[in-house]
Design a protein around this ligand. Sequence first.
Ligand SMILES: NC(=O)c1ccc[n+]([C@@H]2O[C@H](COP(=O)([O-])OP(=O)(O)OC[C@H]3O[C@@H](n4cnc5c(N)ncnc54)[C@H](OP(=O)(O)O)[C@@H]3O)[C@@H](O)[C@H]2O)c1
Length: 268
Amino acid sequence: MAFELVIIGGGRMGSALAEGLLSAHWCVAEQLAVVETSLDARAALAERLSGVSIVQSFDAGHVGATTGAVLCVKPDQAEAAARLAGATGVTRLLSVVAGLSSARIEALFPGPVAVVRAMPNTPVLVRKGVSAIAGGSHVVKDDLDWAESILGAVGTVVRVPERHLDAVTGLSGSMPAYLYLVVESLIDAGVHQGLAREVSRALVVGTFEGSAALLTSSGASPEELRAQVTSPGGTTAAGLRMLEGRAVRAAFLEAVAAAAERSRQLGR
Ligand SMILES: NC(=O)c1ccc[n+]([C@@H]2O[C@H](COP(=O)([O-])OP(=O)(O)OC[C@H]3O[C@@H](n4cnc5c(N)ncnc54)[C@H](OP(=O)(O)O)[C@@H]3O)[C@@H](O)[C@H]2O)c1
């Protein structure tokens, strides 16, 4: 039986996508297959994804004219998995594999394949991810729409040229880690001021969530929202002055540049 979509790799990213697609009614469970080599992972997936075919491998019998595939394995496993997809007759592939260019994937296929590359981030696990997508040399608008509909089930999607994916990797791909570091540091700062750790954590995590909601719902810029809580000569102004003195803004510029450069190196 031919599937509508075959997700290759049922790890964190692949399983989150499968759940998001089912919950968004992108397809019915019977149209979806997850290919997963690990026996234990297959058992866990079968419990989580009722009605979805959880298979160890797939072949041409599973692939019809409209079947697409999503490559969700680790970078070192990706070329073998892509070659297998090509051998089955897949002609449309969405890859979330970091650092693997569309040209390299295309070269693994026996014929023309529409490759859309994506850089998602970990909030896709709670369907609040942000993904950037870029098309390879055989991609038309319909392929990008298809890829956007898949990743749109687990968050928001922006389109960029492929040459910008390293910058995206250094920015939104790594950004959850940057923000968690900020959150960790602020919780420690509350403790240093004498607050119990659980009180500090509640204050910091709640403020983090509320500030993000205010930013998205108010329509105001980050600069405007920051100015609203910075009274002249007040407490927040004193704190911000210290952060500017420690070059926190420059540190973020350097962090994103370093992560983007590392992404370029890994992709060579
Ligand atoms: N997690 C993120 O935040 C994130 C963000 C952006 C991009 N990505 C990309 O997403 C990809 C997947 O990441 P992940 O965190 O979901 O990895 P993961 O949890 O390790 O999942 C990959 C799964 O695929 C299985 N697998 C390996 N080779 C296979 C094959 N040939 N056919 C079918 N299944 C196979 C692995 O099994 P074994 O364990 O037995 O090898 C593993 O269960 C990576 O390339 C990563 O660069 C991830």
